[in-house]
Design a protein around this ligand. Structure first.
Ligand code: ADP
Ligand code: MG
Length: 799
């Protein structure tokens, strides 16, 4: 809602007269002010303080103005704003005969003398015909307030043919309105004018000294406008009304000379106008919080126009003759007071929900037609855009399932609804799978919270007695991925006693491993006790019938099972076997290096011990020498002819001994340093050998027991794949070897010619590339064998 504070607009219209009081009434050059100059009242004697000169500032003075200009100045803008949703009120105030009716209704005889009402009707209907995007409805009502009674000036037709319904001014949240007043829909300007002219027949006119046709009633003509706009699919409604009020004469009673009924009428009129005046004074005073609008019917009815939310214009009609100067003054006072009233016009705009829904429905129909036309143009078979039926949803579900199984490779895109449904089905399947996986894990593992140290400790204890084990960090010895690597929970499993699987110790080693193996394996960072792969193997072993374990299992239904070797041996046993066969050479080197290391360590500790002993001996001799020296000083020293101190034989021997020990110490220390370097070097060698032994074993174990039979065939000498080429870590090993070779080459060649570096680098790169190409080619060849990769992929990172 737009709210903009405005003031009541006030204009003065002077009725043309041949007897214009030029000395008394003067207009400002800008036509916005008027000055009244009166002579001192002679009756009130010499002492007379009454003000005689007045100046009034207004929004405009209409003097010798045509009806046309008067309308443009006073009403055109207000009516235009009513057409966009602002209520408006124009009222004419002034003494009887000053031209109120002429201004408001005009002379009905001649078109050019028509007043504000017919011109406003015309403007509204003109807007209705010009507007393309809105639909305008116009209705009118005409009310008369006479002696505080409300009359409907328009003919009302009731079932009884009478129009005697009691009218009343009623307040409601939307504003003030007259209950029972007839409101007439008019579709043409002419209809509205007919009603106006019909109503103009005076209802209560008394003979009067001022003007025979003077009306002592207030007449309110209202135009109700309702327009509906369509802004996209919203149906916007604008409601507004224009009140056009011809007030009763404001002349003072004394001047009318009325008596009896006429006097009573005049009193009523004056009363309601004086209430209007009071309200205007109250409204202009910002400190007043209560405005007594309900004091009279007129003020009650004008509550919205004066105190609130509409554009309000006042026309003060005055007579230009000297004889009416006091009434003129009174009217101008009233007008200036009115000028200080502020209003806040409010836009009466609503959105018709029902209309909006209907508009949206129409829009949907239109868009569907558009789609159908486009489908036709591109020769698309008939596609429906209706919501999907249960059968269609079921079909989409089955398509998604087929797609996930790999039975189909594409899902045809039909329309947006179908795409949305496909995604929905993916979501459904995903959440089902999540639940299934979780349920499976829960049935197999105990879920513990890693942050719960007590629970973790408890599990560790259980793991320690060989019943259960815990996986940490996913660093499984068998390089498997833990089932919940990305989760903060751990799964623990009860280990059943199984002959093919060794009991597990907390240190992470199978019990049947030797001390040497312990050494080998304990240097691995892994704290994992059971690898996932081991678990898989064990599962496989448990599930298979021992009788069929050596068979080819052609009848087994799942592809992966048919490719699994039957119960691979435990790693500890296999490791022993490996060390005697394929890994014997590296194992031998490893053992030799280890024994060298051990020997060096022993020698090193012996040398260290010896050095310590020498050091102690040296300390003792140093102390003895100190004592000798001290004794010499006390007894007095002997000096030879050259001034050299003479020492006894004991001291001499001690010195000689110390010298020898120092020599021995030095050589021992040097030996120890050499040994330390040697030990460090040996340690590295042993580490390298150990790692090599483990990785060779892992490859050998995988190739021997975990790779499907068909692949094993291919791996045999003469097969399509050279052993050791499959696992990616093996390929990396080859790269390391190349690197080693390059380094060796560098050592040999570079000292002779440093310029050869680029050449060797290039050569090494080409060699590496060649190895890589060969590897990829071998892998491709293997892939060509149907079913191999799928099966192997379950256990190894082949694909
Ligand atoms: P009121 O309604 O204030 O009592 P009227 O509008 O009936 O006064 O005017 C009295 C007479 O003066 C009417 O005959 C009217 O035609 C005439 N009259 C009033 N104002 C004008 C005007 N501006 N120009 C021409 N005639 C006017
Ligand atoms: Mg009149």
């Amino acid at each position: 809602m737009d709210a903009l504070e405005k003031r009541v607009q006030v204009f003065v219209r002077v009725k043309p007269t041949a007897d214009f009081a030029q000395d008394m009434i003067k207009f400002g050059p800008d036509n916005k002010s008027i000055g009244i100059y009166t002579k001192k009242d002679a009756k009130k004697g010499v002492v007379n303080n009454r003000q005689t000169d007045w100046s009034f500032r207004l929004d405009g003075v209409l003097h010798n103005t045509s009806q046309d200009v008067a309308y443009e100045t006073v009403a055109a803008k207000l009516v235009a704003e009513a057409l966009i949703g602002y209520n408006g009120t124009i009222m004419c105030y002034g003494q009887t005969g000053a031209g109120k009716t002429y201004t408001m209704t005009g002379a009905t005889a001649e078109y050019k003398h028509r007043g504000i009402i017919p011109r406003a009707i015309q403007q509204v209907f003109k807007a209705a015909t010009c507007s393309v995007d809105s639909f305008l409805t116009v209705r009118i009502s005409y009310l008369q307030i006479y002696n505080e009674t409300l009359f409907d000036l328009l003919p009302t037709v009731t079932s009884s043919g009478s129009s005697d319904m009691q009218l009343a001014v009623v307040d409601c949240p939307q504003g003030v309105y007259v209950k029972g007043l007839s409101i007439h829909s008019v579709s043409h300007e002419e209809d509205a004018l007919n009603l106006l002219f019909e109503a103009r027949k005076p209802k209560a006119v008394a003979e009067h000294t001022l003007n025979k046709n003077s009306s002592r009633s207030h007449c309110i003509f209202t135009i109700y406008i309702e327009s509906r706009f369509r802004a996209f699919c919203n149906v916007k409604c604008i409601h507004s009304k224009i009140n056009l009020i011809d007030l009763a004469g404001s002349e003072r009673l004394s001047k009318t000379g009325s008596q009896g009924q006429v006097l009573k009428e005049a009193m009523y009129i004056n009363k309601s106008l004086s209430f209007l005046e009071q309200i205007i004074v109250a409204l202009a005073d910002p400190k007043r919080d209560h405005i007594p609008f309900r004091q009279s019917k007129l003020t009650h009815l004008l509550k919205d126009c004066l105190g609130g939310s509409c554009n309000t214009v006042l026309v003060a009609n005055i007579c230009g003759e000297a004889v009416h100067v006091e009434e003129t003054l009174s009217s101008l006072h009233f007008a200036t007071r009115m000028k200080w009233i502020t209003t806040e016009p409010v836009l009466n705009e609503t959105y018709d929900q029902e209309g909006t829904v209907k508009a949206l429905e129409r829009e949907i129909i239109l868009l569907k037609q558009e789609l159908a036309m486009r489908d036709n143009l591109v020769n698309r078979s008939v596609v429906t855009y209706e919501p999907l039926t249960d059968t269609q949803v079921a079909h989409i579900r089955s398509q998604v399932q087929k797609y996930l199984r790999g039975a189909i490779h594409e899902i045809d895109i039909v329309n947006i609804r179908q795409i949305q449904e496909v995604f929905k089905q993916f979501k459904v399947i995903l959440s089902q799978q999540e639940q299934e996986v979780e349920a499976r894990l829960r049935s197999k593992y105990i879920l513990i919270d890693k942050s719960d140290s007590a629970a973790v400790a408890a599990v560790a204890v259980v793991g320690g007695d060989g019943r259960a084990a815990r996986e940490e960090d996913g660093q499984a010895l068998g390089a498997g991925t833990p089932p919940s690597a990305s989760r903060s929970d751990s799964y623990c499993e009860e280990i059943p006693e199984c002959s093919s699987f060794p009991p597990v110790r907390k240190e992470g080693i199978g019990s049947c491993l030797s001390e040497a193996d312990l050494d080998v394996f304990s240097s691995s960072k892994s704290q994992v006790i059971i690898s996932t792969k081991d678990l898989n193997v064990k599962e496989g072993a448990r599930n298979q019938d021992p009788a069929n374990s050596d068979a080819e299992l052609p009848q087994a239904s799942p592809v992966e099972d048919s490719q699994q070797p039957s119960s691979p041996p435990p790693k500890s046993v296999a490791f022993e076997h490996f060390k005697e066969e394929g890994g014997s050479e590296i194992n031998q080197i490893y053992k030799e290096n280890k024994s060298i290391l051990l020997a060096r360590k022993k020698r090193s500790s012996a040398v260290a011990q010896r050095i310590n002993f020498i050091k102690q001996e040296m300390e003792g001799i140093k102390k003895a020498l100190e004592a000798q020296k001290h004794g010499r000083w006390q007894e007095g020293e002997y000096v030879d002819e050259k001034g050299r101190i003479i020492i006894d034989e004991k001291e001499f021997l001690l010195i000689m001994k110390l010298k020898d020990l120092k020599e021995e110490y030095r050589s021992g220390y040097a030996e120890l340093q050499d040994l330390k370097a040697e030990i460090q070097y040996c340690k590295e060698l042993v580490d390298q050998c150990r790692n090599k032994l483990i990785s060779e074993f892992e490859i050998w174990y995988s190739e021997s027991f975990l790779i499907p039979r068909d692949v094993q065939e291919a791996l045999r000498p003469g097969g399509s794949i050279r052993p050791g080429m499959i696992p990616i870590n093996r390929v990396l090993c080859l790269e390391e070897d190349e690197q080693d070779r390059y380094e060796r080459m560098q050592e040999m060649a570079l000292p002779a010619g440093p310029a050869s570096a680029s050449f060797y680098k290039a050569k090494m790169k080409t060699d590496q590339k060649h190895v890589c190409t060969r590897t990829v080619a071998s892998l491709r060849q293997m892939r060509k064998k149907p079913g191999l990769i799928t099966a192997a992929g379950k256990n190894k990172p082949l694909s």
